[in-house]
Design a protein around this ligand. Structure first.
Ligand code: MSP
Length: 520
């Protein structure tokens, strides 16, 4: 049977600087969904990559005394290495300086040209280089960029324009139709309202080429113009699939994307310009765009240019990859802004990971070794011998459904909370059933039943920690003597109670999450 497809993307990141916590945040969130969808039986295509053209990159290269191509080639590996370190499981990695992208962008331009969606004109107005955004005089706030508050420059150029103003009604109808079909295009809802009122207030045609610098993709019908970097960048989502090339089988298979992850700062590009561009070329817009909030440190947006960004590597060193991934998805509600701090990171790590999850595993694996000769026991004769057995089993039984519902909303915190309901219950169960007393009393039948139930809870919990914490979840399965958790492609069947076989060799292993002391 062929698997259904699931295509998800992150924004492609500017290579003006190395990856930081903000860019890693989007990527980890997308990765957790990609991993989960693979576990639920989808043929997943997970794309990320780099935005390498435009004035901002050209300026960064110049400041470094390098030509732009050498500059982007030098920075690109810092992204691929960071994603490897963070165990990002992307299926493809696009760079906008690749030939496949250039060809796809030019094919798209030709399509717009042939359909009469573009025309030549003169742009006079303001431009914010850090945001790569055009602004009109009325948009500016105290003469500065309304988005980032930085300086803007006056631009007067002969450019090509896209007839964005033609799409106002079509976009509004499109948002409404998706909403009526119960599959809203823009999520979460607050962002949807913001976009709808922006579109209602009127759309102006958009300048989509530049002539005052050359670091970009030339227009096929006007080679002295280079593509406006946002148009260039947005098209990565389809050029990576072979749009415009002879082999567009991936495009036919995966497009339209199921979810496109973006930060709230780039929602207009993705929810207004992007669907309008696609409509103009006769291509279906993506199924949904999800805008997450900002990570804030001491109330300020974290960014390289503000100098308040920690590197992912330094935190991974302290908390491990899984500790890092867990913190951002558990402590910040996806879709809202969230404050992050070292204190709360240490607290989450020690509380949820070292105490709840790590201890549960190591205590149980120890007891299996000590009382059962290191082998998983057979399932008890009766599934619920006591009320406590039934509670544990029923929490495990509800977990898949709760987790799936939360992941559909990209509510990672709730998905993890549901998983922790099981982990905490398993800890309570062990405390209450006290296997050490059963061993003392020589009640081997009950001892075996209690350890079976607790091990089964751990086996199931690990399935649901896996999308967010792939490494330690694999380790838990390995220590239980089970197969490769990454091979699971039907988590609902796998999560059924009672599938833990008897006689598997259980290994204790090193602590999964060694406790962190403040002075570390
Ligand atoms: N290159 C464009 C995207 C083009 S997509 C066709 C871009 N790049 S970026 O590197 O500046 O930012 C990429 C993403 O990282 C954005 O979604 C942005 O919101 C996110 N983050 C950057 N700093 C952030 C935080 N402090 N917190 C959370 N995410 C933020 O925009």
């Amino acid at each position: 049977m062929t698997k259904p497809t699931f295509y998800l993307t992150t924004p492609i990141y500017y290579v003006n600087a190395e990856p930081h916590l903000g860019t890693a945040y989007t990527t980890i969130a997308a990765d957790a969904l990609a991993r989960y969808r693979r576990m639920t039986g989808y043929d997943v295509m997970f794309l990320t990559g780099l935005d390498e053209h435009g004035q901002k990159i050209a300026q960064a290269a110049e400041a470094a005394g390098m030509d732009p191509q050498s500059w982007v080639d030098a920075i690109a590996p810092t992204f691929t290495k960071t994603w490897e370190m963070l165990e990002i499981s992307n299926d493809d990695f696009i760079r906008t300086t690749q030939e496949r992208h250039t060809l796809g962008v030019q094919a798209f331009w030709q399509e717009l040209y042939d359909r009469g969606a573009v025309y030549q004109g003169r742009y006079e107005g303001w431009y914010c280089v850090p945001d790569e955004t055009f602004w009109s005089q009325e948009d500016l706030v105290d003469g500065m960029c309304p988005q980032c508050g930085r300086e803007v420059q006056f631009v007067s150029e002969d450019n090509w324009f896209f007839r964005l103003s033609d799409y106002q009604e079509r976009l509004l109808d499109f948002y409404e139709a998706r909403e009526a079909a119960g599959a809203p295009f823009i999520q979460p809802e607050t962002r949807r309202n913001e976009v709808v009122s922006f579109v209602r207030s009127g759309l102006k045609d958009l300048s989509i080429s530049r002539t005052t610098f050359s670091w970009g993709i030339p227009l096929p019908f006007a080679p002295d113009h280079v593509t406006y970097v946002w148009i260039d960048a947005l098209l990565n989502y389809i050029t990576a699939l072979g749009y415009g090339s002879d082999d567009h089988s991936a495009f036919d298979r995966y497009w339209p994307a199921d979810v496109q992850f973006v930060g709230k700062d780039i929602i207009r590009f993705h929810c207004v310009i992007w669907p309008a561009m696609l409509m103009a070329a006769g291509i279906e817009p993506p199924k949904s765009v999800f805008a997450h909030g900002f990570l804030l440190t001491k109330g300020e947006k974290m960014s390289k240019s503000k100098g308040n960004a920690q590197t992912p590597a330094s935190l991974v060193k302290k908390f491990g990859v899984d500790g890092y991934r867990y913190y951002f998805l558990r402590d910040v509600t996806f879709g809202q802004d969230g404050s992050i701090s070292m204190e709360s990171m240490v607290q989450r790590y020690n509380g949820d990971l070292a105490n709840d999850w790590g201890n549960l595993c190591s205590r149980l694996f120890n007891m299996t070794e000590k009382y059962l000769g290191g082998l998983t026991p057979p399932p008890p004769a009766r599934e619920c011998e006591t009320g406590a057995d039934c509670t544990l089993r029923s929490i495990a039984g509800f977990l898949p459904e709760k987790y799936e519902a939360a992941m559909r909303r990209l509510d990672y915190a709730s998905a993890l909370e549901a998983t922790w309901d099981l982990i905490k219950e398993a800890n309570r169960y062990i405390e209450a059933e006290a296997p050490w007393n059963l061993a003392k009393q020589g009640d081997d039948t009950r001892l075996s039943a209690v350890l079976y139930n607790a091990l089964e809870a751990v086996r199931i919990a690990a399935l649901f920690t896996a999308p967010v914490m792939p490494g330690t979840s694999s380790a838990v399965w390995q220590r239980l003597g089970l197969g490769d958790i990454e091979e699971v492609d039907d988590v609902f069947t796998e999560a059924q109670w009672g599938r833990l076989p008897a006689g598997l060799g259980v290994r204790k292993g090193e602590p999964l999450f060694p406790r962190i002391y403040e002075e570390d």
